[in-house]
Write a protein that binds this ligand. Structure first.
Ligand SMILES: [Zn+2]
Length: 134
């Protein structure tokens, strides 16, 4: 695995929801980290592909967004508990704020996060959208 170039490893984690799992206690970390807080040095972390599905635990409607996000307001930021048990703070898209509710099933999508008009830079990353049917 160590022969995989760094840029490709980064790409992989951008297009898939990759976390780290402790091989000793099974704890899953997302975003990935290099250290198990349960096992400390005795733990060993390996990459794990997450399902990208979970449910809304709590949410906030952002009506006065930070600079650079004005065009997206109002939008919903939510705490999502993935099926693997990991909590993720994320934006919920493809839904009006009134429709978001606690316990709603959501899945990850790869979307534009922010557009920098001056430099023409566009940032991509994960957001979540409602699961239509399961
Ligand atoms: Zn552990």
């Amino acid at each position: 695995m160590s022969s995989i170039p760094r840029f490709w490893r980064n790409m992989k984690s951008r297009y898939n929801l990759i976390g780290k799992r402790c091989t000793r206690c099974g704890e899953i970390y997302f975003p990935p980290r290099n250290f198990c807080t349960n096992c400390r040095r005795r733990g060993e972390l390996e990459e794990v592909q997450l399902s990208g599905r979970g449910e809304v635990v709590s949410y906030t409607v952002i009506r006065t967004p930070p600079e650079g996000f004005e065009r997206q307001a109002p939008y919903v930021m939510a705490l999502v508990k993935l099926d693997e048990g990991v909590m993720v703070t994320t934006q919920i898209v493809d839904v009006s704020p009134e429709e978001v509710e606690i316990g709603m099933r959501v899945e990850s999508v790869f979307r534009k996060i922010q557009e920098d008009g001056e430099a023409g830079l566009i940032y991509y990353g994960f957001k979540f959208k409602p699961v239509k049917e399961e």
